[in-house]
Structures are given as structure tokens and as C-alpha cells.
Ligand binder design. Structure first.
Ligand code: HEC
Length: 251
């Protein structure tokens, strides 16, 4: 009896081992083999801000905006920061180009405002916009260091540390067509802002990543890369004329 039991358990062991070996043999060496409970290996890829009802131009009304976090309603602003920074949190007054939905995925249904005008009308108009953050002797050091930090996190991998257009992505051969800032000396600040905000050509929109204050800060930093002597002009000693009303140029 004891012998019998031993024989059976040996056979059972050999069988289990044999079946296990067979099942674990797969030709693809990157595959873990047979998965008994795949959910434990792969969790469903539910991500924020992804509209699963709209995949590759196909609409599935069942799933529209059900499974993912929604964008905040249009014109929602974060309640944070200082009161004097409030304007910076208000929506950007310029609209995206009419083709931004196709070129940069900026869909009106997600709250992006697209112009109905053809071509680069809004981009051209942006040339008139001035940087609302004015450089002064006192603030420029911290603005440049904040700008440098933002630039190194968000831009340098394409544009290069010095703005020569040879970031690591370009050097690796993964990416091309990034301009050297020194060839863009004539570009007005307002258009730098517009392109960073909505994207341009192969560059994506940075509006979801940086707020307006951060973009204007980066614009100051790019100017430092574009122009050697960029910075607050050394104040000159002038006779104070108390009859002159000094206009506030901050927008
Ligand atoms: C994925 C790569 C990539 C990243 C990241 C990137 N850019 Fe660009 N950038 C480009 C490319 C490519 C162009 C050229 C677009 C064109 O003219 O078609 C460009 C153009 C520009 C221009 C010129 C815009 C104009 O109107 O001609 C500015 C300014 C600029 N980028 C700033 C930035 C800043 C600031 C950041 C970071 C916040 C950034 N870029 C991040 C690839 C990138």
C-alpha cells in the first residue's frame, strides 16, 4: 500500500512537471509563457484625459467620456498664486489656427478655441503682444534662473542647452527640423509665445504643460540665448521731471 502510494505520487509529480514544462515552452523569449490570470500581468490602460469614446476618428457613444477624467470647463482658472498674477491665469486671448485640430490635435470639443480665419492670421497678429513680465535690475536674475529651469525640463532635449537646435533628441537622429535660435532673431516675443503655447510644425502645444507666466518666463530665457546682451538696461541717471505722467506699460 505504501509502495503504491509512493508510485502514484512520483507519477503525479512527473506529470505535473512535464505539463508545466510543456506549457512554459514558448518560442518568443520575451513572452512570459501561458498566463493563467492575465489581469494580474496587465492592468487595463485607463488614463486621464483620454476620451475612449473617440479612438482613431471612430466614435463609440457608449464610452464617450465615461472612463476618463474630464478637462475642466472652458475658461476655468486655477485658484492659486498672487492676485497680481491673476491675468496670467486667464485664458490666452489668441485663438489657435484653423488647422490646429489636424496638425496639433487641438480639438474644439476639448475646449480649444480655433479661429475661423484661414492661414496664419492669429500667429501674425501675435507679433503685437508684449511680454507682460518686465525685466528689472532686481528681478532679472531670478527670472532667468526660473526660465533656465523650465527650459531645461521642457525644451532643451529638442532645442539644445544653448538653443542651437541640437538637443539630445536631434543628435540621436529621432527628430529633425529644430531651428537654431540665433537664426530667429527677428521673431517678436508675441510670436515666440504663440508658437510655444499652440505648437508649430513638428513642435507640440505646451499650453497643457506650462501656464502663461511660465511661458513668458521661458520667452525671456530664449531671448537671453538669442541676444548676448539681453537683460534689463542699466538705468541711466536722469533728472526727474515730476510733471511727466509715467504710463504703466504692463499689459
Ligand atoms: C519635440 C521637440 C521640441 C520640443 C520639446 C520643443 N520644441 Fe520648439 N520647436 C521644435 C521644432 C521642430 C520647431 C520648428 C517648428 C517649425 O517652424 O515648423 C520649433 C520651433 C520653436 C520656436 C520658433 C517658433 C516660431 O514661431 O518660428 C520656438 C520659439 C520654440 N520652438 C520654443 C520652444 C520652447 C520654449 C520649448 C519648451 C517649452 C520648446 N520649443 C519645445 C521642436 C521642439
Amino acid at each position: 500500500m505504501k509502495k503504491n502510494f509512493k508510485a502514484i505520487s512520483t507519477k503525479a509529480l512527473a506529470l505535473t512537471f512535464g505539463i508545466g514544462t510543456l506549457f512554459s515552452c514558448v518560442s518568443d523569449k520575451d513572452s512570459p509563457g501561458l498566463e493563467w490570470m492575465p489581469d494580474m500581468y496587465r492592468s487595463p490602460a485607463v488614463e486621464t484625459y483620454v476620451d475612449y469614446g473617440w479612438v482613431k476618428e471612430e466614435v463609440n457613444p457608449e464610452a464617450v467620456m465615461k472612463q476618463s477624467a474630464k478637462h475642466p470647463p472652458l475658461a476655468t482658472i486655477p485658484y492659486q498664486g498672487k492676485v497680481e498674477d491673476l491675468e496670467m491665469y486667464l485664458p490666452y486671448h489668441r485663438k489657435a489656427s484653423s488647422f490646429a485640430a489636424v496638425t496639433h490635435g487641438l480639438q474644439e470639443k476639448d475646449g480649444w478655441r480655433l479661429t475661423t480665419e484661414e492661414g496664419d492670421a492669429e500667429y501674425n497678429a501675435a507679433a503685437a503682444d508684449k511680454n507682460p513680465i518686465q525685466l528689472t535690475e532686481d528681478n532679472q536674475k531670478s527670472i532667468f534662473s526660473d526660465g533656465k529651469e523650465l527650459y531645461e525640463i521642457n525644451c532643451a532635449h529638442c532645442h539644445g542647452e544653448d538653443g542651437d537646435g541640437k538637443g539630445s533628441m536631434v543628435q540621436s537622429g529621432a527628430y529633425a527640423g529644430v531651428p537654431d535660435y540665433s537664426n530667429l532673431k527677428d521673431l517678436p516675443d508675441g510670436q515666440l509665445f504663440y508658437s510655444i503655447y499652440y505648437g508649430k510644425g513638428m513642435m507640440g502645444a505646451h499650453a497643457p504643460l506650462l501656464n502663461k507666466k511660465e511661458i513668458w518666463t521661458v520667452v525671456h530665457y530664449i531671448n537671453k540665448l538669442r541676444f548676448e546682451d539681453y537683460g534689463a538696461a542699466t538705468p541711466q541717471k536722469v533728472e526727474t521731471d515730476t510733471t511727466v505722467v509715467v504710463e504703466d506699460t504692463v499689459q
